[in-house]
Structures are given as C-alpha cells and as structure tokens.
Design a protein. Structure first.
Length: 319
C-alpha cells in the first residue's frame, strides 16, 4: 500500500490564532485613516475587497467549523475525488494520503500593549486548547462512517520563549508550568524509529483527554519564527532551550518543520521576521546537529534570496 505525504497542513478554528497581535502588527490605525479619506478610501476598499473576497470568504468558511467538520469536508471535496480515477504520480498509484496538521504555539506571556485601549494586554492563547480541539476533532472524524483515505500525523507546536527548560512548581509541589524537558518527554519519551508508522496509526483517533496523550500522538515538532521563535538565539538561556530541543529531536529522529520567509501568521515586524525566518538562521543549527531532520517550509518565495538560502542548505547539508 502506497501512501502520499502532505507534509504541510494546518487545522485551526477561529478561537486558536492570536488575531490581536496579528492585527496590531499591521498598524490598523493608519489603514483606517486612509479608508476614511473621501473618494480615495472607498475606491481602495472596493479594490482590495473585490480581489480578495473569495479567498477571505473561503478561509472564514473553513475556520468557522470545528476540526472534525473541517476534516470531513476536505476528505469529501478534495481527497476522495483524487482517487475516483486513480491517484497516480510518476507511475506510483497511491492508496491513501497522510496529512500532518502543524500545531502553532500562539501562546504569549501577558504583556502590556502601547495602544491607547482599555484591554491593553496581549491575549493568552494556550496551545493546550488547540491540541485538545485537534485530537477531539480527529477522534470525531474517525467515528464518521465515510470512506477514509486520510491518515493524520500531527506535529506539536512549541515556542521555547513561552517555557522554561525545567518545570515550575507551586508551594504544594504541584507543577505550575510545564518545562520543555517534561513537555518533550510527555509526547516523545517512548518515540522510536522501529514500527513508528504502525504505532502512529494504532493511536490515531483515540482520544480521552490531554493528560492521556503520550508517545505517538505526535510525529514531529513545529517551530514558527513569524510568531517570534528564534532558531539560534544570542541569549544564552534561550539558546540552551533550543539546543535541548534540537539534541532531543536528533537523538530520537523526530522531524522538525519550520517556516521560512515573511508572511503566514506573522505577529512580529518585517525586519525581525526577515532575520528569524531566514534560511541562514538555521546554518549553525544544521552544522552542530548534522543528523537533525529539518523541513524548511515554503521554498517558493517572492524574495529569491530566501529560496536561494534554502537550496544552499539543501545542497550543503544532508539533513
């Protein structure tokens, strides 16, 4: 049985992203001022809306669903039609598609916002609830009695800036905030190369609660620079955290998917994003961790320097 891998998929509903930080970065006050100018504003608004209307409505239609409904509709409208006449690429007939929902860690520590607004702190979007929604959705999806051509292997989103390396405990000795070490052990402690796919499939669709999730719930890690993740921080404390993740993933052959280039769900300014989301930011990583498996997503770029940087790493580094 041949499986086709779609290595870049996202499943969010409208409660998951940090829209506040996203919109705040766009400096919407200036946009609203331009839109208020007589004649010019309405013309610009009409042009922008007309050109993006279908994409906007389509995206809202998808994100306004729960995860199980999203999975159901892509299988019915996108996946099953592929197999009606045979899904064939370069003489290989595929029987199933494996998708890898990439969880994004939208979580932010509560910080003050400079805007002159009443509710002037960043919303706290815990990745925990996105994980719960995703696995509940997968479980519900597999209860549906429709033909299944999809296997689902999620990637865990981590932003090291939101965690300490070690657990934080309260006065009673209970875990107050989980650390990176414990987080990785929770989901990957027993993760091994042998029979990995078989064990991922065996666990797929079985969800009781987040506490019962363990090894083989996720098959990789998602790191996302447009939300502020730095692949190679100058700060020693932050560097220690990312190096721990890289070393852990290298030892267990856990793949990492990251984002290259501007755009996406970007909450930092363009100058910072150009630095953090550049292929060059991964040069020291791949040199120090030569067996680490990294997917530098989004090869096709408007800025050819990003594309050239990705290709350079691919040619020079085997991982």
């Amino acid at each position: 049985m041949a499986d086709f891998y779609d290595v870049h998929t996202h499943f969010f509903n409208l409660s998951h992203p940090d829209f506040f930080s996203f919109v705040n970065r766009l400096n919407i006050a200036e946009y609203l001022f331009i839109m208020s100018i007589p004649l010019i504003g309405p013309i610009i608004t009409t042009i922008l809306y007309a050109s993006k209307k279908k994409n906007i409505i389509n995206t809202l239609s998808f994100m306004d669903r729960d995860i199980s409904d999203s999975l159901k509709i892509i299988e019915e409208k996108d996946i099953l039609p592929l197999f009606e006449k045979g899904f064939n690429i370069e003489s290989t007939n595929y029987d199933r598609i494996i998708i890898t929902p990439l969880v994004l860690d939208f979580g932010q520590k509560y910080t003050h916002i400079d805007n002159d607004i009443w509710y002037n702190t960043t919303p706290h979007k815990s990745v925990k609830y996105q994980v719960i929604d995703l696995f509940q959705g997968i479980a519900e999806f597999y209860k549906e009695k429709i033909e299944k051509r999809i296997l689902i292997f999620p990637f865990l989103g981590i932003n090291p800036k939101n965690y300490n390396l070690e657990n934080e405990y309260d006065e009673n000795g209970n875990i107050k905030t989980i650390g990176i070490k414990s987080l990785l052990d929770k989901y990957f402690k027993n993760f091994a190369k042998e029979k990995r796919k078989e064990l991922l499939i065996k666990k797929m669709g079985k969800f009781k609660d987040i506490e019962s999730l363990g090894s083989y719930a996720f098959c990789g890690i998602k790191l996302y620079p447009p939300l502020g993740f730095d692949p190679w921080p100058e700060d020693d404390k932050e560097r220690e955290k990312v190096e721990y993740i890289y070393n852990y993933c290298q030892k267990k052959s856990i793949p990492i998917t990251t984002h290259i280039g501007l755009g996406g769900f970007q909450t930092i300014d363009n100058k910072t994003c150009e630095k953090l989301a550049s292929p060059e930011r991964w040069t020291n990583v791949v040199k120090k961790f030569p067996e680490l498996k990294i997917n530098l997503a989004h090869l096709k770029q408007k800025d050819l320097n990003f594309m050239k940087g990705i290709l350079k790493l691919i040619v020079e580094q085997k991982n």
